[in-house]
Design a protein around this ligand. Structure first.
Ligand code: ASP
Length: 310
């Protein structure tokens, strides 16, 4: 079996003129992650590399480019999970950290805990030599303008979620050639969220999950809805019952729509290398690399293929 990586760059809140930048960003991130797998790196290394690439790319709502909360500050959430051992690490409401996914990995590998929040997460980062960046340096000019324009959270929900538009959280899932899986997520959350609000992205079983028995999932969309239906775990429950990853994703996303009127998207891989990128929003930018090369898309049912020299 060949290794596979699938990444997403969120369910898209930015204008269409940025489509190409989004597509280029997810394609580059998927290729970075796949390179890691090809060199013999673990799925955990691959998803971390892919998510770091998107955190460093200011077009995405993660790391540099994260959205601002109601107080005009960046507060980010991230998660990483290893399907072999179910080891996981997460950070919530962190500020001034350029790559929250790597801090989440350090929580997993270097502490006795699974989740660290805000001040404690920063103290831990500093104690292990992950330096903080100057306050404000993760904020883009574009985000500052949008934040000034959309002063209330309700406006954001009306204009973006109710019309099935959300934000540009990032996520990745990967499987190696022997069926080990991993997932990672990273986000600035939803613009104008209350200070201290934590979404689905860092919560195990909601924004992501990885288990070598069934597969790995990374979600995006309305965090409060995803939390209520434990979306990532729900998708894998369907996989455990024998459904394909594509059907499992559709069933769980539809359940979220029916039960709590929430929209979102997800990327999934199974230990046997099946994969899917599925949405109930209008759009989600995603890319995958498997034995057939590079796949990518943005609008529903879009699936373009480019050959790669693998
Ligand atoms: N799920 C993220 C959150 O609610 C946002 C997103 O994926 O667009 O924080």
């Amino acid at each position: 079996m060949s290794a596979v990586i699938v990444v997403h760059g969120g369910v898209m809140a930015k204008p269409e003129e940025l489509d190409q930048a989004f597509l280029d960003g997810v394609k580059a991130a998927a290729c970075d992650g796949f390179e890691v797998l090809k060199r013999g790196g673990s799925p955990l290394d691959a998803v971390e590399a892919a998510v770091r690439a998107m955190e460093d790319n200011s077009v995405f709502n993660a790391g540099h480019g994260a959205v601002l909360n109601a107080e005009g500050e960046v507060e980010m959430d991230a998660l990483i999970m290893d399907g072999k051992t179910l080891s996981s690490g997460a950070v919530c409401s962190v500020t001034d950290i350029a790559n929250p996914v790597s801090l989440a990995r350090a929580v997993m590998e270097k502490t006795d805990h699974v989740i660290l929040t805000s001040r404690g997460a920063t103290q831990f980062a500093e104690s292990i030599g992950i330096t903080t960046v100057p306050t404000g340096s993760l904020v883009t000019e574009c985000e500052r303008k949008k934040w000034k324009k959309h002063k209330s959270y309700a406006t954001v929900l009306n204009e973006e979620y109710n019309t099935q538009w959300a934000h540009d959280t990032v996520g990745a899932v990967a499987v190696d050639s022997v069926g080990n899986v991993a997932c990672a997520t990273s986000t600035g959350g939803i613009r104008n969220k209350m200070a201290g609000r934590v979404g689905d992205a860092p919560i195990i079983g909601c924004g992501g999950y990885a288990d070598n028995i069934s597969g790995a999932v990374a979600c995006t969309g309305h965090g409060e809805s995803i939390l209520k239906v434990t979306l990532a775990r729900r998708i894998l429950l369907h996989v455990e019952q024998g459904k394909s990853v594509a059907e499992s994703s559709q069933l769980a996303l539809q359940y979220m729509a029916d039960r709590v009127h929430g929209a979102g998207g997800c990327v999934v891989v199974s230990p046997s290398g099946q994969w899917a990128a599925t949405i109930t929003t209008k759009r989600m930018v995603w890319a995958a690399v498997d034995h057939d090369g590079l796949w990518y898309g943005l609008d529903p049912n879009e699936r373009f293929n480019e050959q790669l020299t693998l």
